[in-house]
Design a protein around this ligand. Structure first.
Ligand SMILES: *Cc1c(COP(=O)(O)O)cnc(C)c1O
Ligand code: SF4
Length: 345
């Protein structure tokens, strides 16, 4: 058992790197040798949803390239502030599916906990960019009622830690939550959804890996990588101990215009994921959140891209193309009504 107090004096490297993340648009533009003309719009968009990117992630961006696929994911742009009809603050209906603050119960057999509002990186396309984390956090005194809810419903076999990013919780806090859930008889699996391994690989230090490696229940970690270049050598090395510990590693990506909307980019992503010991799980159609319209990819184009992957990759490297529908009992698989995904000789 790791005592909460040990974290008070132990500032790990990842916590320092998190604190030193780039949050000033001027600094980002200067570091990447980008035109200062981008600054006023970046400042305006950052006032609504702040810029945040760890320095290790920024180091993977090619300087001087305003359209770099990694840069596009983090640079605030003026078009985010345009009026975007059909794009709203809660596109996936999270608020309606929250029986207790921070507990989302939308899907059969699974509940999702939004454990923190904080993220190591701010992704401009994020569907939770307007999420009311302050009111929706089980950490704020609601944890006992959340646990009671899970204990009382024997159909809940899997608990998903989400956020924000759950890996920004301290080791001690994570350990406590995992241990409590492992004590519930009908819970069979625990899952963590996180972008931290990719943007802040130092988080996966020896202390953390030993904490996750000794669990009573099988653990699944779903990382979030959108482009092969995000998988730096350091990221791949940081994931290795998790694999060795028997943790199932999956990836979810979001299909993003100008980032990964080509068969070549998606193929490279699947190949790089496999090399890192991660299997592609979901490719999400963009959730229509206000401010993200410039990332949207036409649904028929998305379906054709996945069909192209199926022609060149083994089935286990082809992610499922899905969309989140507000109020629906599961994510919707996107396949072509016209049957363009079928075999033609
Ligand atoms: C995506 C999601 C899940 C998990 O869905 P899977 O299809 O099991 O990956 C659970 N709860 C919510 C609210 C979700 O958005
Ligand atoms: S890490 Fe995830 S929750 Fe956080 S901003 Fe990015 S997409 Fe959103």
């Amino acid at each position: 058992m790791i005592a909460e107090t040990t974290d008070a004096w132990h500032t790990a490297r990842w916590q320092r790197e998190l604190a030193e993340a780039i949050t000033d648009p001027a600094e980002l533009l200067e570091r990447l040798r980008l035109p200062a003309t981008l600054l006023p719009a970046a400042r305006a968009a950052a006032a609504q949803f702040p810029l945040r990117a760890p320095r290790g992630f920024v180091a993977r961006i090619e300087p001087g390239k305003p359209n770099d696929p990694l840069l596009r994911q983090i640079l605030p742009l003026g078009i985010e502030l345009d009026d975007q009809p059909g794009y709203g603050p809660d596109p996936v209906g999270d608020i309606a599916a929250m029986p207790h603050p921070g507990l989302l119960h939308k899907y059969q057999g699974r509940v999702l906990l939004t454990l923190t509002g904080a993220c190591a990186v701010h992704c401009r396309y994020c569907f939770r960019r307007h999420f009311p984390y302050a009111e929706a956090n089980p950490g704020r005194g609601h944890w006992p009622e959340v646990l009671d809810y899970i204990r009382a419903d024997a159909s809940i076999g899997e608990v998903i830690f989400s956020g924000g990013d759950p890996l920004l919780l301290t080791d001690a806090r994570l350990h406590l939550l995992l241990t409590e859930l492992e004590g519930i008889r009908h819970v069979r699996r625990l899952r963590i959804h996180t972008r931290v391994p990719v943007v802040l690989p130092s988080r996966l230090d020896a202390r953390f890996c030993s904490l996750l490696g000794e669990r009573r229940l099988p653990l699944v970690i779903v990382v979030h990588v959108n482009h092969a270049r995000e998988l730096s050598a350091e990221v791949v090395a940081a994931l290795r101990p998790l694999r060795r510990a028997g943790i199932t590693l999956l990836n979810q990506a979001v299909l993003l215009r100008g980032v990964n909307d080509s068969a070549a980019a998606l193929t490279a992503l699947s190949e790089a994921l496999f090399d890192a010991g991660v299997l592609p799980y979901y490719l999400h159609a963009l959730d229509r959140v206000q401010g993200a319209r410039h990332f949207d990819v036409d649904q028929e184009v998305a379906i054709a891209l996945v069909a192209a992957l199926r022609r060149t990759l083994p089935g286990y490297l082809v992610p499922s193309l899905v969309r989140e529908i507000a109020g629906a009992p599961h994510k919707e698989a996107l396949t072509s009504a016209a049957g363009t995904d079928t075999f033609t000789a």
